[in-house]
Design a protein around this ligand. Structure first.
Ligand code: FE2
Length: 402
């Protein structure tokens, strides 16, 4: 068959050309094979739905436009061939439409690179043995894409990563967030201040234990939401107080420890529900969930751990004593030095962490002196999208194979 003139992928990404060797129709399935022995079996209607500019995927939006109600009954491919340069061409029933498929795009599916985990680092659980959060020089982060990409990858890998020596401009955190994606607004506002004086912070609607000089035990923010904010970023502008070190513990490591050493408590923590709520004159946010919310397979681990906003047991009364017992063990383990990083905040530090996975806290600090942090939330989806795009671009710039 002649060389194909155009084979578009049903998305906007660049794929290396990975010529196919053969195709065979087997009822409603097509068997694809590459010269290196890689094989892939695809269902005909799925392939039909991914025909770009041929009734499956719209050329402009690269989104599917085929109504499942109009799918062909029975095997839909009448012929299938490989072009001289390795693209797949299929002629479809019932209207004899011909569609050409990019073999590199088909190969990325065969290799599993289409899954949500693709282009993302594998999470790595950690304990206090790592010493400090992964740290990068933030002085040029707005213009240095390599630093931004490395830092963002560590946010997903370790659930925590720090920039040091970043500017202490009031608006710097918002500029940095804009490089990653839309911020997650809450009743604290799209960007919020953590100040030592409660009278200076918060809105009319809300305030928080964060705006005191009290110790904050290991916790996650806003477990009062169906989906708590994904990542939290704290930017230190001023800190001349005594004490107030940050504490961080990896919930992934804490959960694994509890499951291994205290399986009965782990069962209680992952199944018995509590009502969490944010109380304010004009707000009433509530959600009921277990303290360790495992979600469905593939969803992020979510800790609902913040006693100031834990309201009511939402379980059988007979379960309440063991829920309290499990919660005490959990809070003790999460604060144990074995799991806990412990470090000061310096002006110019920006610490990003997975608010659903990493349990953060701080020591009490002196009432005198000034301490000013600014905070922003960005949801998991945005950070993951940013990292996929950055990693794919980096791979494309440094290699011909993506
Ligand atoms: Fe917090």
């Amino acid at each position: 068959m002649v060389t194909t003139q155009r084979a578009l992928a049903p998305d906007f990404y660049d794929y290396a050309w990975r010529p196919l060797r053969s195709v065979a129709i087997d009822g409603s399935f097509l068997h694809l094979r590459w010269p290196d022995g890689t094989a892939s079996v695809v269902f005909d209607l799925w392939l039909r739905e991914n025909a770009v500019d041929a009734g499956g995927v719209d050329l402009a939006t690269r989104e599917g436009i085929m109504d499942p109600a109009h799918h062909h009954d029975g095997p839909a491919a009448s012929t299938a061939e490989i072009t001289d340069d390795g693209a797949l061409v299929v002629r479809w029933l019932p209207d004899n439409v011909e569609a050409t498929y990019h073999p590199g795009w088909l190969r990325h599916v065969a290799d599993g690179r289409h899954l949500p985990s693709s282009w993302l680092p594998e999470p790595v659980a950690w304990t206090a043995a790592i010493g400090e959060p992964p740290t990068y020089d933030g002085s040029e982060v707005l213009s240095d894409d390599a630093v931004l990409r490395a830092w963002a990858n560590d946010l997903l890998r370790h659930g925590i990563a720090r920039l040091r020596n970043a500017p202490t401009d009031h608006d710097f955190l918002a500029q940095l967030a804009a490089k990653i994606g839309p911020v997650r607004d809450t009743n604290f506002g799209p960007i919020w201040d953590v100040l030592a004086d409660i009278s200076l912070a918060g809105s009319d609607d809300t305030n928080s234990t964060a705006n005191t000089n009290l110790r904050l035990p290991p916790h996650t923010d806003l477990p009062t939401r169906e989906t708590p904010p994904g990542f939290q970023f704290l930017h230190c502008l001023v800190n001349d107080t005594e004490g107030g070190n940050s504490t961080m513990a990896d919930g992934a490591a804490v959960a694994a420890y509890l499951q291994d050493k205290h399986p009965e408590h782990f069962e209680a923590l992952t199944t018995l529900r509590w009502v969490f709520f944010n109380r304010g004159p004009n707000i009433d946010h509530r959600w009921s969930g277990p303290m360790i919310d495992l979600g469905v397979e593939g969803s992020p681990l979510t800790f609902r751990a913040f006693h100031p906003v834990r309201g009511f047991p939402d379980m059988d009364q007979r379960d309440i004593p063991r829920a309290y017992a499990a919660m005490k063990v959990f809070s003790t383990v999460a604060a144990d030095p074995h799991f806990r990083l412990h470090y000061p905040f310096a002006p110019g530090d920006i610490v990003g962490f997975d608010n659903r996975r990493v349990l953060h806290g701080r020591d009490a600090f002196s009432a005198g002196g000034a301490r000013h942090l600014r905070g922003i939330y960005i949801d998991q989806d945005e950070v993951r999208s940013f990292v996929r795009v950055a990693n794919r671009r980096h791979a494309h710039a440094t290699s011909s194979t993506i």
